[in-house]
Write a protein that binds this ligand. Structure first.
Ligand SMILES: C[S@@+](CC[C@H](N)C(=O)[O-])C[C@H]1O[C@@H](n2cnc3c(N)ncnc32)[C@H](O)[C@@H]1O
Length: 299
């Protein structure tokens, strides 16, 4: 991590073997906001489910909050709650703060910068709800982290964890460019990349990612696992296309060494901002994503 910002070191297989690369979270704000806003309907449905499970929650922690889209939504749907948005990135927390203020929720959403897991030590516990969306997989010791997050709950408090789901889809299997099945090959390359990313995390521990059983190991009673769907049919609106272009461009960059030249050329064609066959213009682009939320409660 640099002195001013929040970076993560990952390994990348390059021409010359493994090399360390930085992921700059501070710079990821716009795309994280676009992504969370694209999933707004599913996110609200999730938060309403949590409200039914933890009615009257007064203290909520959004850990790994990023730019705070969920933090603001949690404050909206839990009108008596104070929400702490916690993240390692000062820039993302600045966006979270800005967002909460713009929504008139500035008095109930507080931000806190901390690098986990060490930074958890200074957090006062007693939360009614801890929300950790797409965050735990960024920590080397996922099981250990769940134990520490569970310890922040008051008795009866709940930990909600978004991890896993289904691979996202945005194009037909054969979309008339390159060899059919590009998305499946991107998924396979990403699975390899993801494992190397996990192996390179500080304190990495391999653990089967059976989230309900990890909640049990953390001393929580599993309540349920529910999957929330985001479905945007073709033709897509401009914001969804922008999000997909950014997503494909990141995949192009991250996975380049693992893809066949033909697939790299197909990605380049999809990324072309002017071409009618590019993701910004093609009529067949859609968006289908399913994220799973695992809920456990402290006894
Ligand atoms: C994929 S984003 C998820 C953001 C948001 N929760 C969501 O669902 O859209 C992961 C977030 O975790 C934060 N993060 C990753 N590793 C961290 C660490 N070790 N300590 C604190 N924050 C971390 C990043 O800064 C980023 O905001």
């Amino acid at each position: 991590m640099s002195a001013s910002g929040h970076h993560q070191h990952h390994q990348r297989r390059g021409e010359h073997g493994a090399e360390a690369v930085d992921f700059d979270w501070d710079a990821a704000g716009a795309q994280l906001v676009r992504g969370a806003e694209l999933h707004a309907v599913a996110l609200r449905a999730t938060v309403r489910w949590l409200r039914g499970e933890q009615p009257g929650a007064r203290r909520i922690l959004d850990v790994g909050s990023g730019p705070g889209v969920a933090s603001a939504l949690l404050a909206e749907e839990f009108p008596d709650a104070e929400v702490v948005a916690l993240d390692g990135s000062p820039e993302l927390l600045r966006l979270a703060d800005e967002r909460a203020r713009a929504a008139g929720l500035g008095d109930r959403v507080r931000t806190r910068q901390a690098e986990l897991p060490a930074g958890l030590a200074g957090i006062e516990g007693g939360f009614d709800l801890v929300w950790a969306s797409l965050f735990v997989h960024h920590l080397g010791d996922q099981r250990g982290a769940l134990g520490r997050l569970a310890a922040l709950l008051r008795p009866g408090g709940a930990l909600a964890l978004t991890e896993g789901g289904l691979p996202t889809r945005c194009l037909p299997r054969d979309f008339g460019l390159g060899r059919p099945g590009l998305q499946e090959r991107l998924d396979a390359a990403h699975a390899e990349w993801f494992q190397e990313m996990r192996d390179a995390l500080p304190g990495a521990v391999a653990v089967p990612e059976d989230w309900p059983s990890m909640l049990t190991s953390a001393g929580l009673a599993p309540v349920a696992s529910r999957t929330f769907l985001t479905e945007l049919p073709a033709p897509l609106p401009a914001d969804a296309r922008e999000y997909l272009r950014e997503r494909l461009s990141r995949q192009r960059e991250q996975l380049a060494d693992r893809l066949a030249p033909e697939d790299r050329a197909t990605l380049d064609a999809l990324l072309d901002p002017e071409a009618a066959s590019g993701i910004l213009h093609r009529p067949d682009a859609f968006y289908l994503a399913a994220g799973t939320v695992h809920l456990g409660r402290a006894g």
